[in-house]
Write a protein that binds this ligand. Structure first.
Ligand SMILES: Nc1ncnc2c1ncn2[C@@H]1O[C@H](COP(=O)(O)OP(=O)(O)OP(=O)(O)O)[C@@H](O)[C@H]1O
Ligand SMILES: [Mg+2]
Length: 507
């Protein structure tokens, strides 16, 4: 018992600078066999940078890394992988136009195509998918899968590579509660087999539940390490942000403004008979399990998907937007869920990513006023506290959470009447989350109607005046803030409670 646990990883005094940004300043981190060690910190604290240094993706400026008792210098990802390190990156790294199977074994496929044994590969793919209990066809194209399915495939890929150390950079930011439960079961079984896990997440309650130890970074510096047993959320948040956070929920009185969006009997590919109203100044949440059809409903209203039937009125007039561009012209905006695939242009400057949604209008008016554009973007960078050196930085150089805020800034900059937010705080740290909540409340106070799609029940309860719950493509209930609780929302989301009368108005 007294024998010290065997260390698999030790990181000492690692520093990394990107241009003017000191991303890591002499940080430390260590990990034992069979241990889950969580790394937490605000957006931009340096978590992903440390992982990239460990994985041989970016070179370090200083410091030493010991793996399995020996000092190592990984010059590229292949060397780290060969040593037994598997990394599941924050930004999913699969090739969407290839099959599940090809993505699983891509890095290990030999160039000698004549010798690829497809039958054997298919069998191994099925084994790998079984490890994460994912039932998809190995020949399916990755682009046809949901984000959460893609995330499970990344995990299957790491497992089938026989890694001894698995690094998970926000592995469950797109997973539903049940999928997260499954992930945690998986992590526990990996632990039992002696595999070490480095776990990065902004979900503090889950970090406390799954980890043995927690280390915090702040602004690229090491803050401290604590044992998870006996630790509280407040202790962890305090290490991360260095101050107490006010996390109480305050929901304003519903302003009772006039109806802006009126939807009756809307039916589409993944949902049917959806009816609801949204008023000016109202925050209306759509709650439910991943796959309940919430995003599809709102994407349809936004003109990104087709409805088969139903009635939509905006400002009293019947509408059927043929495309998002048309919806934007009428004053709608939608922040979509997967920032990399659907929203951001990684190689472009932050400035253009933010001002992009308005470019069609700016150009129509003559030319783009560069100074005006800059001022507008600066304004939103400030409002949302986006951490960057300059608005000329490429989006790819921002931390994950700051990329998410950039997407938000773009849509806010269009000055919408109706703002649809699909999981707007994925990957955003606790401090920034509180700021985004305040921003959403302020927009509502100014009269903007807000539709919030969120799988996080605390988020829904903290923000929404009313909550529409969906289950398997149908509305099962509509609740006022005062009547809502996590238990009730779950009961409607799982179809246990179902008392929505489709014919009736819901306001
Ligand atoms: N390629 C790059 N070029 C320039 N700066 C970068 C680059 N990658 C990261 N940075 C900067 O380094 C700092 C640390 O970023 P990092 O991605 O490690 O943060 P993080 O802790 O993972 O944050 P998040 O929780 O938002 O994912 C940030 O200030 C970021 O803007
Ligand atoms: Mg990160």
């Amino acid at each position: 018992m007294a024998e010290a646990a065997k260390q698999i990883l030790k990181i000492e005094g690692v520093s990394k600078r990107y241009g003017g940004v000191q991303a890591l300043n002499r940080v430390q981190f260590d990990l034992n066999y069979g241990e889950v060690h969580a790394l937490v910190g605000e957006n931009g604290a340096g978590k992903s940078t440390l992982i990239k240094v460990l994985g041989g993706i970016v070179p370090r400026d200083a410091g030493r890394i010991f793996f399995d008792g020996r000092e190592v210098h990984f010059n590229n990802p292949a060397e780290a992988q060969a040593a037994g390190i598997a990394i599941i990156h924050q930004e999913l790294s699969m090739l969407p136009t290839l099959t599940v199977m090809e993505n699983l074994f891509m890095s290990r496929m030999s160039g000698r195509y004549g010798l690829v044994n497809w039958k054997a590969m298919e069998r191994r793919a099925r084994e790998a998918l079984a490890l994460v209990d994912l039932h998809v066809d190995p020949y399916a194209l990755v682009k046809d899968l949901s984000i959460s399915q893609r995330q499970m495939i990344e995990i299957a890929r790491a497992l089938s590579a026989n890694a001894r150390l698995i690094v998970m950079d926000e592995p469950n930011s797109s997973l539903s509660d049940t999928e997260t439960d499954r992930l945690f079961e998986l992590i526990r079984s990996l632990k039992a087999r002696g595999i070490a896990i480095m776990y990065v997440s902004h979900k503090i309650d889950e970090v406390l539940a799954i980890s043995d130890r927690i280390t915090a970074f702040r602004d690229g510096a090491y803050v401290g390490t604590i044992t998870s047993a006996g630790a509280t959320e407040d202790m962890v948040i305090n290490m991360m942000v260095g101050r107490e956070l006010d996390r109480r929920a305050t929901v304003d009185q519903n302003t009772g403004g006039e109806v802006l969006l009126h939807v009756r009997g809307l039916t589409g590919r993944a949902f049917r008979d959806v009816s609801f109203d949204v008023r000016k100044g109202e925050i209306l949440a759509f709650s439910g399990l991943v796959g309940a059809g919430r995003s599809e409903v709102l994407r349809t209203i936004f003109g990104a998907e087709r409805a088969t039937s139903g009635d939509i009125r905006f400002e009293g007039k019947p509408v059927r937007f043929a495309s998002p561009t048309e919806a934007i012209k009428h004053g709608l905006a939608m922040v979509q869920e997967d920032r990399k695939v659907l929203s951001l242009f990684m190689g472009m400057q932050v400035m253009h990513n933010v001002s992009m949604a308005q470019l069609p209008f700016m150009t129509r008016a003559g030319n783009i006023n560069d100074r005006r554009e800059q001022r507008l973007v600066q304004d939103f960078v400030h409002k949302l506290d986006i951490r960057l050196a300059s608005i000329g930085d490429a989006v790819s150089s921002l931390s994950g959470g700051n990329q998410q805020k950039t997407v938000l800034a773009r849509w806010l900059a269009t000055g919408p009447k109706l703002l649809i937010l699909d999981e707007p705080t994925h990957g955003v740290d606790v401090g920034a989350k509180a700021e985004i909540y305040e921003l959403i409340r302020n927009l509502a106070r100014e009269g903007v109607a807000i539709v919030l799609i969120s799988s996080e029940l605390p988020e829904v309860l903290a923000l929404a005046h009313r909550i529409v719950v969906m289950h398997e493509g149908r509305i099962t209930g509509v609740l006022n803030h005062a009547d809502a609780s996590e238990e009730k929302l779950m009961a409607y989301a799982t179809g246990v409670l179902d008392d929505f009368a489709p014919a009736g108005a819901t306001s």
